[in-house]
Design a protein around this ligand. Sequence first.
Ligand code: NAP
Length: 569
Amino acid sequence: MHATSTVYASRIQRFRLPRVCVPIVGEDPARIIERAESIVRDNPFLEFRLDYLSNPLAGLPKLKHFLDLHPEATVIATCRRAVNGGKFKGSATSQLEVLTKAAAAGFQLVDIELQSAEILKPQQLADLKDQVGVILSFHDFKTTRKLEETFTDLKRYPADFYKFVSTATTLYDNVQMMKFLQAHSAQFEMVSLCMGEQGIISRVLGVRAGSVFTFGAATRGEETAPGQVTAADLRDTYRIEAVDAATQVYGVAGDPVAQSMSPIMMNTAFRRETVNAVYLALHAKTLKDLLACANDIPIRGLSITMPYKQEIIEALSNSDALTKQVGACNTVVRGQDGKLYGFNTDIAGIIVPLEQRLTLQGAKVLIVGAGGAARAAAFGLKNKGAEVFITNRTPEHAQTLARQSKSKYMKRADVAKSSFDVIINATPVGMGSSKQSPLEDKELNTRYLFDLVYIPAETKLIKMARAKNIPVISGLEMFVQQGARQFEIWTGKPAPIAEMSFVVSKALERIAGPNGNGATPPTAAPEVEEGVETPPVHPVRKASAPGKKKAKTHASKSAKKAARKTVKR
Ligand code: NAP
């Protein structure tokens, strides 16, 4: 059997389809229609999951009414069988009946699994394809492998679109998926992406590798899987409709990175300065995986976060003097020669906000903490001529850093007896829902308090300082300034600091929730992406064994205030 086009294919050619399709689930037709009505104006390309209906056939007349009212909408009917990851308990023949009637009701496309095609008679599939555009789909809920082998199976059946959705367990899985797309998309209409938190690259870049479209969740709050992206984020943050062959790829790499504010900040900066670039969150479980992916895509620049700030240095062709001195790199750029070069912009993130307020030459600064951020602070401040003191939970760590950076070690017991121009908190104490402070009230004898923690924006320590009328600098300022320097290194343009600060403070407000404690996880909602709720057991392919149920994903008015201060530069 050969893949042939139908009259429907001409109605749904790739250039006529939006790049983002939004799956909609609902237990009854009224709920599907309510959700569809609320989003169809922004998202005219929808997928109705008929298998979520208790009686899909009975629901079709009501759904037909929506289709009649919305000729501008392109809607896929999917009635995935339970054995293939859906909710439909009927046989493949019953599934075919639902899809055939959906076609008659006006759906432009239907999705049917490879496993059902393997059960049905060739003529039954041919008849369906004569009536409607057919998406022949295969989902691997555990891995990204056997792409060619599975595609050979898919191609045996006629379809207008071949949809192959896998699960990324490494960043490199995205590269494999995009190579697969590039190999076949000239000849076939392909729809492919990798699910899972590590699949973000394929969700955004898959369309330029040849995927006709991709899937985005209806709203924030309806996504529960790590790495799920809303249709609005795909369009507004990642500008998926504009991604093309010339789009340069950047990202923040670390483990974990799911909660990173960098994508929203850097994508905003790229958009504001009209740079054709996209910035992604790259969950790298190993540095080797990150480097392989970065080389093959290729990635133009990386923000490096924990735990790779030290380890990455070995992989660089060269780095600047401060990076070598501190021994940590948070910024990588690919040079014209294709090699990777490292910088440390955390130092600027700490120094710039301070220099906006006081002269550092001769200033007396106490750093609380002796980890990576404290190292950046200590070396940066010493280079500016400050008198630096370091105290830490583990005294030996502070003593080592003090010796290396030519600073002074201070016993915790001596802090309350001293006064400083600046105290910097470089510990995680106060982060998230923690209501703790790294210092006691009597120890806050300082002209300025700089808390590097930025989630939440208003930490216990900041509140304590405000109560004593001590001017505060929030970690948000550091975050924005280190990002601004990265932007400048990558693009050679001045960073749009005001916009960067604004979007991050807004995002912090959003995740802080009404109580502003920075700890409110988003409401868990049913999995809607790619319309799969329960990872199924594939009856014939081991690759599709059940995956883990996806984990639930998860900072204030003062953030806005802090952001306003940030934009002084
Ligand atoms: P790190 O390398 O893990 O160092 C953490 C430091 O905090 C260590 O000195 C550790 O002491 C100390 N510490 C950890 N838990 C403590 C506790 N419960 N009580 C007292 N001290 C404790 O982390 P890092 O990379 O330096 O980051 C530190 C914090 O800075 C982060 O959590 C983050 O909030 C903030 N940060 C902000 C930005 C920004 O852009 N705003 C950037 C980087 C970091 P020991 O030596 O005893 O383990």
